[in-house]
Ligand binder design. Structure first.
Ligand SMILES: [Zn+2]
Length: 359
């Protein structure tokens, strides 16, 4: 560790608020504990989690952010050091100076959920960039168990787009939603990072996709990505979805928007259809009818993040070129505030990625 710089540049939040509270500061490089890896960060993709952390979002199920904080969940970089114990004896630990992708989510490792390979169910579940300092910095430390090597042919920017949204999308559509090729699938908020991943996975699985998007440009992009139809979020899309499905509705609806859309998503379901909830970016206390759920045999299922297997499934599909993450734009770290604003205003299509040090 002696050859490494002692200090690093990081996007630090010391108080909650708008983009103006993000400060580029020089802070100490994290000290490694046993079983940790030190990553020299190349790119970190943004998520709504970054905005929630900055704003200090409060509510049921929202972890409290400890200030000062550095967010950044989706990290690509070079592993440059291991703490003692080197990943607890993991045999396929990447060699030093290898380009790696971080699965930022981990559990305690010993409770019954962790033993059942479901760390996101762990009561001590943690995410690097949410509970711990994340990748919007030159260096970040992560559990050594949670890094995988990126094949040479995959760009660092594309890889950074994968962990949070693709793992969540796979968990929701495949592991929990049990998507079938015969399904018609509704993707609400299809132009977002998660929505575009959900749409790609549903198309890959052979399902027919109806996307809900904000404007004509996004509608054309959704159709180009394989959606069979796309409607605008500002029109009466419930009626259009019902017409399009001859009055039956869809077998699976994927909604991460929340309060603004959940009632329409629920009522767009066929008898026995499944509504998968993986986010609530517009708010989390909806006005819905219980009868609209049980009288139609409908199911509402939660799918936050995913397990190690979900992560490996999507990374393998991206590495094999079967899934191709959509990148909206790459911003330099000193334009992080603008990048977060673009994400908050939903002016993007796909992932927004921050360049830290690509060399
Ligand atoms: Zn646990």
């Amino acid at each position: 560790m002696n050859n490494f710089p002692k200090e690093m540049k990081a996007a630090v939040i010391r108080e909650h608020g708008g983009p103006e509270v993000i400060r580029m500061e020089t802070v100490p490089v994290p000290q490694l504990q046993p079983n940790e890896a030190l990553i020299k960060v190349k790119y970190t993709a943004l998520n709504h989690l970054d905005i929630f952390a900055r704003e200090g979002l409060k509510g049921p199920g929202v972890p409290k952010i400890t200030l000062p904080h550095v967010s950044g969940v989706d990290i690509v970089g070079e592993v440059i050091a291991y703490g003692s114990a080197k990943g607890g004896g993991r045999e396929d630990l990447p060699e030093l100076n290898t380009r790696v992708l971080v699965n930022s989510a981990f559990g305690c490792g010993t409770c019954r959920y962790c033993r059942n390979a479901e760390p996101s169910m762990c009561k001590n579940y943690k995410i690097v960039g949410e509970h711990l300092w994340g990748g919007l910095a030159e260096y970040v430390k992560v559990p050594a168990q949670n890094i995988i090597e990126i094949p040479e042919h995959v760009s660092s920017v594309k890889a950074a787009a994968v962990p949070a949204v693709y793992t969540t999308a796979w968990r929701g559509a495949v592991t929990v939603g049990r998507i079938k090729p015969s399904d018609t699938v509704l993707v609400v908020g299809a132009s977002g990072g998660l929505g575009s991943a959900q749409m790609q996975i549903a198309v890959l699985m052979g399902a027919e996709v109806i996307a809900i998007v904000g404007n004509e440009e996004k509608r054309q992009k959704a159709l180009a990505m394989g959606a069979s139809e796309a409607f605008y979020s500002h029109e009466n899309w419930l009626e259009k979805v019902m017409d399009w499905t001859n009055g039956y509705g869809v077998q699976l609806a994927l909604d991460c928007v929340g309060v603004k859309t959940i009632r329409n998503s629920l009522n767009a379901l066929d008898q026995g259809g499944k509504l998968i909830l993986s986010g609530a970016t517009s708010g989390d206390f909806p006005d819905i009818s219980i009868r609209e759920i049980y009288q139609h045999h409908r199911k509402i299922l939660g799918a936050p993040m995913g397990n190690w297997e979900d992560f490996l499934q999507v990374t393998s599909l991206v590495f094999r070129g079967k899934l191709d993450p959509v990148i909206h734009k790459v911003y330099p770290l000193n334009e992080l505030g603008d990048a977060q604003e673009a994400l908050a205003k939903r002016s993007h299509f796909g992932k927004i990625v921050i360049e830290i040090d690509p060399s």
